[in-house]
Design a binder for this molecule. Structure first.
Ligand code: AHG
Ligand code: MN
Ligand code: MN
Length: 337
């Protein structure tokens, strides 16, 4: 059984442009924070520390949960202490956070050179009801040469060098890609170690029954093309038959669809006319993973990873899944308003 660390060392070539040490240090932060969150999540219900609202409305205009705040602080602290990340942007913070603004000497180029974008706690509405939640992370190389500035964070998704998520579900699983396949590691809580459990994940091929995941409660205000696509799924036309599954945690819905096969859709709605999901913290990392797993991700028309972000908390409609199914949806979107 490979541990995550052993697997990275064994597969050092998959991170060829960067040092293996950098990747190990990044993961050392991610593992520590996710284990701390795993521990708290597993005590939810026993202590008042985790359940309920923090009393704050965050920059997203959403009521922040105590666990949103705990996860945000835990990840920031963990990234701060390893001389590898120079700046972090989080879904829970209005501005980006500078960790280290120093420009490194040439011989130490990779130290403090990484930019992290994070959704510390995804699926907040599920915290209080014992349903799967997650963390989504995305890593880029710093671009600025003097002061860190917003352009370091507003890079296109196709510049990601590492992306992944942790699902706190029936077990805690970390899934990542450095652009060379998608791999999953399950936490053995008795040892406190992540072990390789899902090697080279990809959307299953030749599976007749596929899943479609969408919050149909918003149906009335969906674009016409999305309504037609839903009807197409329900009429069981084409190569597949479809069944509906929707958790309301992107991480949970994505993870299930990746393993069982299916499409995830969050279109624009009346309440979220530009889409609800955040391009930088949610869609780019999931799009990177989807493509690495043999799928695609788009906003219904454009490839997510090609979108040039304009602001930190930018939202976008989001679709991802197997190529042929997403392409079908895009066909319906062509003439849609
Ligand atoms: P977050 O908890 O980080 O704010 O994300 C919630 C997102 C995403 O996880 C999920 O797929 C979606 O919002 C659910 O939204 P609806 O409740 O509107 O379906
Ligand atoms: Mn989220
Ligand atoms: Mn969140």
């Amino acid at each position: 059984m490979y541990t995550l660390g052993e697997f990275i060392i064994e597969n050092r070539d998959s991170f060829s442009t960067h040092s293996i040490e950098a990747l190990l240090r990044l993961f050392s932060s991610i593992k520590l924070a996710s284990k701390a969150i795993h521990k708290e999540v597993n005590k939810a219900g026993l202590t008042k520390k985790i359940i309920g609202s923090s009393g704050i409305t965050n920059i997203q205009g959403e009521k922040q949960k105590k666990l949103d705040d705990f996860a945000h602080r835990t990840f920031i602290e963990s990234f701060k202490n390893r001389n590898i990340v120079c700046g972090i942007a989080s879904e829970e913070s209005k501005d980006y956070i500078i960790i280290n603004n120093k420009k490194n000497k040439k011989e130490d180029l990779l130290k403090n050179q990484y930019i992290v974008l994070i959704d510390p706690l995804d699926g907040s509405s599920n915290i209080d009801v014992n349903v799967s939640i997650g963390t989504i992370f995305s890593v880029y190389l710093r671009k600025s040469t003097h002061q860190i500035d917003v352009t370091d964070f507003l890079q296109k998704g196709n510049h990601q060098i590492l992306a992944g998520y942790i699902i706190y579900g029936s077990s805690t699983i970390l899934v990542y890609s450095t652009g060379n396949g998608v791999h999953g590691f399950t936490l053995d809580p008795s040892v406190g170690t992540f072990y390789l459990s899902h090697y080279n994940l990809s959307f299953p091929k030749n599976k007749r029954e596929q899943i479609y995941s969408i919050n149909e409660g918003n149906y009335e205000k969906f674009p016409d093309g999305i309504k037609k696509f839903i009807k197409y799924c329900q009429k069981k036309k084409g190569n597949y038959s479809y069944t509906a599954r929707y958790i309301g945690s992107l991480v949970g819905d994505f993870h299930r669809n990746l393993i069982q096969g299916g499409i995830y859709i969050y279109p624009k709605t009346a309440y979220h006319p530009k889409g609800k999901l955040r391009l930088l913290y949610e869609c780019n990392p999931m799009a990177f993973l989807a493509e690495q797993a043999g799928g695609i991700a788009s906003d219904g028309r454009r490839r997510i990873l090609d979108i040039k972000p304009k602001k930190l908390h930018q939202r976008t409609p989001f679709v991802c899944g197997p190529i042929d199914i997403v392409s079908k949806l895009e066909e319906f979107m062509k003439n849609s308003v």
